[in-house]
Design a protein around this ligand. Structure first.
Ligand SMILES: [Zn+2]
Length: 203
């Protein structure tokens, strides 16, 4: 049983739902928020409300955006014939930081993991095939930049296999090894990721 006033307990409960935040950290954050100025505390609350109200998925690539199409998809200077397939919106940022990449993206929304019940239809995979089939001028290359983890590799192989029959003329590549195995793209530094992109190999 909690001895906090119900509003404080509610804040602790909500904060403890965040990833990596246990009860003790949630309590510490709650007390920090209580001590903060109204401006800072309400700024936090308002920023959460704003992202939930204004941010959605790009209708082309499924990256996060506050418009129907994200800025990358809207940019005509980018190479729309080159699509980099990543697991999460957070994976776009490190690829952009490399400054090696001038194509566009496709965000799957996760990786295949039958054991967790994540099948192809739970990801934006059919949407990728539809996009490849309808893009003009046609897409030349798909770079599979899913994470170098078991599920990320399985996802890359699944898509590469499907694309061989659906679009045989398409070049399908995978980021070169050199990325730390088992880690997320999100944590790769831009030099390593830039090299992995430059050294991508055909699948
Ligand atoms: Zn987009």
């Amino acid at each position: 049983m909690s001895s906090y006033a119900p509003p404080v307990q509610r804040l602790v409960t909500e904060l403890s739902k965040l990833p990596g935040i246990g009860t003790r950290t949630a309590q510490r954050l709650a007390f920090h928020i209580l001590r903060a100025s109204d401006e800072d505390a309400l700024g936090l609350a308002e920023s959460i409300r704003e992202v939930k109200e204004r941010i959605g998925l790009c209708e082309v690539c499924y990256n996060l955006t506050d418009e129907p199409r994200c800025r990358i998809c809207q940019d005509s200077r980018r190479d729309h014939g080159l699509i980099c397939v990543v697991e999460e919106p957070g994976d776009v940022i490190p690829m952009e930081r490399t400054h090696e990449y001038s194509g566009v993206y496709h965000v799957l929304g996760g990786a295949l993991s039958p054991i967790d019940g994540i099948d192809p239809e739970d990801l934006k995979i059919a949407e990728l095939y539809a996009r490849i089939a309808s893009e003009t001028p046609p897409v030349r290359e798909i770079v599979l930049a899913t994470n170098p983890t078991t599920t990320g590799e399985a996802t890359a192989l699944h898509i590469a296999h499907e694309l061989r029959s659906r679009a045989p003329e398409l070049t399908v590549t995978r980021l070169a090894s050199g990325l730390p195995v088992g880690s997320d793209l999100e944590y790769a530094d831009e030099v390593t990721l830039g090299k992995a992109f430059a050294g991508r190999r055909s699948l």
